[in-house]
Each structure stands twice: as C-alpha cells, then as structure tokens.
Write a protein that binds this ligand. Structure first.
Ligand SMILES: *Cc1c(COP(=O)(O)O)cnc(C)c1O
Length: 230
C-alpha cells in the first residue's frame, strides 16, 4: 500500500501557482518593478497540513495562517520542513501572544502596544508588522492610521521585535480598483514612518496592490481553491 503524496492530494496546485505567478510577473512589469521585490505568501488557512506540504514540494516556503489554534495542529507536521516561514495574518488576542510567538516566524497583525509588549515578553526574536485599519467597517481589526507612529516607536524600542512594515485588508469588493485608495494610503503611511514593508493584496486585487507598492501579497483562493468545501 502506498500513501498518496501531498501533490496528489492537491490536484491542480502547480497549474494554479503558475497562473498566479504569471499575474504577479505581469503586474511587476507594468509597474516597472523587479519580481524579487514582491513575496507571494501562500495563505493556507482552513486547508490541511498536506496542502502546505504539497505547496512546499513545488517550491513555496512562506505561508500565511489566520488562527493560532488551527496552526498549532498543523505545526508538528510542517515544522520539520526546515526552510519554511509561517506568518500569522489573522487577528491576535493578547492572551494568545505567548503561544503565537512560539508558533510563528512573523506576526503581521500587531495592532496595540499591549500586544507588542506581550510578544516581546515571550523572549523569542520575531519579525512583526502593524495591521492598519483604513476603513470604517466595525468588523475589521487593526490600529487606526493616527495611532501608527506611536505604535511604531513603541515597537522599535522592544528588543525582541523587528518591525518591518504595515499590513492592511480593505473592505471586500469584487472590483479590484476599489482597493487602490486603501493600498495607496497604506504606502503613504509606511513612508511617513520610514518602514519598507507593505503587506497588501489578495487573490482578487494583487495586481493593484503590486502597482501601489506591495512587498507581500497574500494569496489563498487563487492557489488552493475555494475554502468553502473545507
Ligand atoms: C484569507 C486571507 C487572505 C487570502 O485571501 P484570498 O482572497 O483567499 O486570496 C489574505 N489575507 C488575509 C488577512 C486573510 O484572512
């Protein structure tokens, strides 16, 4: 009896990766940017650890996960892949900060000084980004734009945290152009606080994000398919 390899469990993954890659390269060309300036983060939330294994087999090493508990279950399976880096891209409550610091390599969703301090107290060196809330939608997490400079200063003073940029998620729209003003605003904010990293753009609007300067695009559906069946 032979076990199914991860790639057999994820039919179509290589084709979907190649079409996402084509989109990224076309957007980089249009924007006059080098392909190296944009990281494609593979968002594996809701999908099983085998999806990460399959994506790793075809060369992906950086993954985005949304929930501490969900990744806790996958970690024993995927952590033996020594070259992977896992980014937390979902909201993080302060009471889970210590566990998150043990599980993830990058926390993209720091939105308060209290959370930053808790992460720093874990003692583990971490890369972090500030999640910024740029829309009025109540459901969205993130620091308000006015709070970003003080939060950035506070994080810079914490020895275990290395602040590399800002992250945002605009209100969902099926028209990618609707995201552009949010992406532009995030870039202006990052420039104002002298941070190089911009995590913005998802399956539906990654081209617009790259045109507006994204250094990380977070791609789930276009790579792994719809999350509804999982
Ligand atoms: C789920 C998720 C993504 C990926 O979204 P897709 O539309 O599936 O590409 C990106 N960023 C965050 C914060 C997410 O929660």
């Amino acid at each position: 009896m032979s076990e199914l390899s991860p790639l057999q469990l994820e039919p179509g993954l290589a084709e979907r990766l190649s079409s996402v890659e084509d989109r990224i390269q076309a957007a980089c060309r249009r924007a006059g940017r080098s392909r190296d300036s944009v990281l494609m983060l593979a968002v594996s939330k809701v999908f099983p650890a085998s999806a990460i294994m399959a994506a790793h087999q075809i060369g992906l090493t950086q993954f985005g996960e949304n929930y501490v508990q969900e990744f806790e279950a996958k970690a024993p399976i995927v952590r033996p892949l020594s070259d992977i880096r896992i980014h937390l891209i979902g909201h993080l409550q302060s009471n889970k900060a210590r566990r998150a610091a043990e599980l993830f390599d990058v926390i993209q969703t720091v939105d308060s000084i209290k959370l930053a301090q808790r992460l720093n107290d874990s003692g583990r060196p971490l890369e972090v980004m500030i999640e910024v809330k740029l829309s009025q939608e109540d459901a969205k997490h993130g620091a308000g734009p006015d709070a970003v400079p003080a939060l950035a200063d506070a994080i810079h003073a914490l020895p275990n945290l290395r602040l590399t940029g800002l992250m945002t998620m605009p209100p969902w729209s099926d028209n990618a152009e609707d995201s552009r003003p949010y992406f532009r605003r995030l870039r202006e904010l990052a420039t104002a606080v002298a941070l190089p990293g911009l995590s913005m753009g998802m399956s539906n609007d990654l081209e617009v994000a790259i045109e507006e300067g994204a250094t990380i695009v977070r791609v789930g559906t276009a790579l792994f398919g719809s999350r509804r069946r999982h």
